[in-house]
Design a protein around this ligand. Structure first.
Ligand code: MLC
Ligand code: AMP
Length: 512
């Protein structure tokens, strides 16, 4: 293998090549590769001193910032496995992830929901130690990476919890080799080099921001201009300065960028068709993924920004799967073909046999990027793969004769809102815990801003007078904010088929 096969090997390669080259830009400060490596080594020593050893799980409950990067790579340098935790998760989600992963340590930052973490840990037999993240190496000891604890390519690098059909999320296990194979494929397909500067506003606690964005930069020894989160005005200001070469986002970010750009052009009195103002002068690549990008957004963005967004398709279990071409036609509404070194095929959902081009089936993928299975869940792992090692993505689609895949839907019940996944079952279970709820069905309906929105259909318990707001607040308190229903509809009964299964398509038709 010619490329580094662990994140730490990639970090060492970057330091050896150009130690002073900026890895991160954050809050007006610059962090070189050498500086990050020193902080990573110090973090690894601290984790070791706290009792973390090879193969232990280290949960990161951290917002975007240099401290996240230090903790992520620091855990790797200590030989540990990173567990990614969304900052919006509340006690029930946290408790499940901490207990299921058996996290030995939880690295935290200043802006976390302390109450939720406290509540989550108080329910655990082995709550793990809480460690404050460090941002940089100044004033700390042990700033040299210890080769004795360095990970091997086959070691697990991270566990990313993906929502499960049972309402309990499953931990997808990715090895260092998986991550670096993905980075090799992505960076070669998108011509990513050390001269690039990526503006990264995606959260690092999901695979889009981390597995594609941060790892790709590390792999190429390039620079990440990192933000706490997405703000359309800030992004446009940054792009206008001309130093950014790439931007990755979810479709909601692109619709917000279009709206903000239009607002500015209107204020400036410019005719948007004349493309008088170059909105993103230095950018060579805009990428969208995590949810479907509408052809309308693609066209509006092309008109305003003069750039055709490259849409790609990925998953926590596989990092990246399919991409539109860098050179060649980027076809709106499609996600292109496989990355180099990867395979894709479409199979009939019942017979599991490959279908001809043009026929819809389940998308399967295979290659070195595909994960090692679900953490402590051999049954879910066995169900995810077929006998020839193809991974069942659970997404439906078809392939054109010239190799472009179009995603048409999902074989599993899943709502994607602004790039975040929500399994209806999880929200239904929380609603059913409310004493005034007799039955509940949660579904996703179209939403102009987020792509889909969470809608709850509720049969109230006899003689209860619960309000919509009460149920939204109930969910908000127990789950990440983006999972709360945007709408609650009360009905006398849910439509069910002969088997007793709720017919959500009928509800969707009625409510759309
Ligand atoms: C935030 N909120 C959302 C939401 N994001 N509601 C529905 N859907 C969402 N996606 C809610 C919050 O809970 C909060 O409500 C309120 O909106 C404001 O919060 P905010 O933090 O100010 O949100 P905002 O800035 O508007 O966030 C929008 C966003 C964000 C698009 C910037 O959702 C985002 O960063 N999305 C990216 C998700 C992502 O990285 N997905 C990749 C997964 S990996 P309240 O009630 O709490 O106040 C993957 C594989 C692949 O899918 O292919 O990449
Ligand atoms: P996650 O489990 O959070 O990693 O989300 C992965 C899911 O996001 C995939 O299984 C798809 O359903 C969806 N997804 C990712 N990229 C795209 C895309 N470009 N178009 C449509 N759906 C996508």
């Amino acid at each position: 293998m010619t490329h580094p096969a662990t994140t730490i090997a990639a970090l060492q390669r970057a330091v050896a090549r150009a130690p002073r080259h900026p890895f991160l830009l954050f809050d007006g400060r610059e962090y070189s590769y050498a500086a990050v490596a020193a902080a990573v080594a110090a973090c690894a020593h601290r984790l070791r001193a706290a009792g973390v050893t090879h193969g232990d799980r280290v949960a990161l409950y951290l917002e975007n910032g240099p401290a996240f990067v230090t903790a992520y790579l620091g855990a790797h340098a200590a030989g540990a496995i990173v567990v990614l935790i969304n900052m919006q998760y509340r006690s029930a989600e946290l408790r499940h992830m901490l207990s299921d992963s058996g996290a030995k340590a939880i690295v935290v930052g200043p802006r976390i929901a302390l109450d939720a973490l406290h509540e989550a840990r108080s329910g655990l037999a082995d709550p793990g130690v809480v460690i404050d993240a460090i941002e940089e190496a100044s004033g700390v000891e042990n700033t040299v990476l210890d080769p004795a604890t360095a990970p091997q390519p086959g070691d697990l690098a991270l566990i990313g919890y993906t929502s499960g059909t049972t309402g309990r999320s499953k931990g997808a296990m990715l090895t260092h080799a998986n991550l670096m194979a993905s980075s090799a494929a992505v960076t070669s397909a998108w011509h990513w080099t050390d001269t690039d500067r990526l503006l990264l506003t995606l959260p690092l606690f999901h695979i889009h921001g981390l597995g594609v964005g941060l790892n790709g930069a590390l792999f190429t020894a390039s620079t990440v201009d990192l933000r706490r989160g997405f703000d359309a005005a800030d992004v446009l200001d940054t792009l206008a300065r001309g130093e950014t070469t790439m931007f990755f986002g979810v479709p909601t970010m692109y619709t917000r960028l279009i709206a903000e750009a239009r607002r500015r052009l209107q204020l400036a009195g410019a005719d948007r068709r004349s493309s008088a103002l170059p909105l993103a002068p230095g950018v060579r690549l805009f990428v969208s993924g995590s949810a479907p990008l509408s052809p309308q957004t693609f066209a509006e963005f092309a008109e305003l920004f003069g750039q055709r967004i490259l849409e790609r398709y990925g998953m926590t279990e596989t990092v990246m799967n399919l991409t539109n071409p860098y050179d060649g036609e980027r076809r709106p509404g499609t996600v292109g073909g496989p990355f180099p070194g990867q395979e894709v095929r479409i199979v009939d959902v019942h017979s599991r046999m490959p279908v001809p081009d043009g026929v819809i089936g389940e998308i399967q993928v295979r290659g070195p990027h595909v994960f090692a299975g679900y953490w402590r869940n051999p049954q879910a792992t066995a169900e995810a793969f077929d006998a020839d090692g193809w991974f069942n993505t659970g997404d439906l689609g078809w392939r054109s004769a010239d190799g472009y895949v179009t995603i048409t839907g999902r074989a599993r019940e899943l709502i994607i809102s602004g790039g975040y996944n929500i399994y209806p079952r999880e929200v239904e279970e929380v609603l059913l815990e409310h004493p005034a709820v007799a039955e509940a069905a949660v579904l996703g309906l179209p939403d102009a801003e987020y792509g889909e929105q969470v809608v709850a259909v509720v049969v109230p318990a006899a003689s209860s007078a619960v309000t919509e707001q009460e149920l939204v607040d109930w969910c908000r308190a127990k789950l990440a904010g983006y999972k709360k229903p945007r709408r609650v509809v009360f009905v006398a009964a849910l439509p069910r088929n002969a088997m007793g299964k709720v017919q959500k398509h009928l509800l969707a038709e009625r409510l759309t």
